[in-house]
Design a protein around this ligand. Sequence first.
Ligand code: ADP
Length: 259
Amino acid sequence: VAGIATVRIAQTSQRIVRTLIAVASGKGGVGKSTVSASLAIGLHRLGRKVGLVDADIYGPSQPKLMGVEGSKPTARDKVLQPVPTPHGVPMLSMGQLVAPDQAIAWRGPMIAGALGQMLDGNWAAQDTLVIDLPPGTGDVQLTMVQKYRPTGAVIVSTPQDLALIDARRAIDLFVKAGVPIIGLIENMAGYACPSCGEISDPFGRGGAEAAATELGIPFLGRIPLDIAIRTASDAGNAGETSAFAEVSQRVFDWIPKGG
Ligand code: ADP
């Protein structure tokens, strides 16, 4: 009928996704991506409707961890459509948008643009996004806290890392921006013997928990250095070990009711 216009309502994530959980670390290689994938799957199993955003520009590893390497998201009305994964957690990754060797040469505004495209993807079916941030305190983290205001942040560190200034700087970035710290996860804490399962502690025990107490942030738990975690990740089955069940439960319990 002439004169009647169809009004389209843009469905952006900002209207629908209620809980944004940023996963951060002071430096690379501490298992932040492994924790992000496992946490996303853990929260999904606990009943949240979870999406995963891989914003780690320096090493976007989520397509591999989630078993969808080589997949590309499509765009509909310029809105990115998350890629389904075998784990029930759809995802978007910086690695699906651009070749990683190109991405690291990007300037601030391009990085912010790509982050925005992923966060404003079609997350209409999700109530929770887990965001795997790059290590450190660069442009992506700043854009994330200033523009998208995460509901909370999870910090990942290794036992050796805690004495270093890096992890504290990462925590500081969120605290200064008024983003609540959900807590600290100590990864690669102790070594799980592949033959007997016994956990030994080459770097001592209890350091991370003490550091969390000193910093006034909750301690979410320790994940051992376990070859089963690495082989599961390499096979695209991150989160398919029980190692992350407890920390996922703690994060789940933290999410505000109705959030
Ligand atoms: P980051 O995202 O901090 O750079 P990754 O999650 O990519 O770190 O982990 C680095 C490497 O360590 C990967 O090969 C991963 O499979 C492995 N890894 C991470 N956490 C553990 C763990 N708890 N036990 C064994 N291997 C782990």
